[in-house]
Design a protein around this ligand. Structure first.
Ligand SMILES: [Zn+2]
Length: 156
């Protein structure tokens, strides 16, 4: 059995906050607004896995107003999604992700982020892909957004 999942997430920039993308801290004068660490890439990836499983989305499982998730590393959300996948007998075949932003320049960090995503997912790097795209003038440059597609498989 194969199941595909799609996740999309965007966060506004926030001056002075730490920028964390895919669990990797990236030097920048701004971070991503949000109740947790604001890691839009991990949020999109988590939602893709939850979506493939037909589970409630990240906002339903980890509500913004819940003080337990204030400043929390978003890897916690991903771990929960992976736990749910495992409980249903699913493993990750591959994940393909896109980050759309003009700043900071992500090319020096792409491999690092990809390696960290693979580590968090517990798979080899070849199963995870990451693309960085510029917004090409589309929408205002006040934040960034990320999209991930995952394929899960279960042996039956
Ligand atoms: Zn988010």
């Amino acid at each position: 059995m194969l199941r595909v999942g799609l996740g999309l997430d965007g966060h506004l920039f926030e001056e002075g906050k730490k920028l964390v993308l895919g669990g990797v801290e990236i030097p920048a004068p701004f971070g991503l607004k949000g109740h947790s660490d604001g890691d839009a890439l991990l949020h999109a990836l988590t939602d893709a896995i939850l979506g493939a499983l037909g589970e409630p989305d990240i906002g339903e499982l980890f509500p913004d107003e819940d003080p337990r998730f204030k400043g929390t590393p978003s890897s916690l959300f991903l771990q929960e999604a992976l736990k749910r996948a495992k409980a249903k007998g699913y493993r990750l075949v591959n994940a393909d992700c896109v980050v759309v932003t003009d700043r900071p320049k992500l090319s020096p960090y792409k491999e690092l982020i990809r390696e960290n995503l693979a580590r968090l997912l517990g798979v080899e790097k070849e199963r995870v892909n990451l693309k960085a795209k510029r917004r090409e003038g589309f929408c205002r440059e006040e934040g960034l957004f990320c999209q991930c597609v995952v394929l899960l498989a279960a042996d039956e």
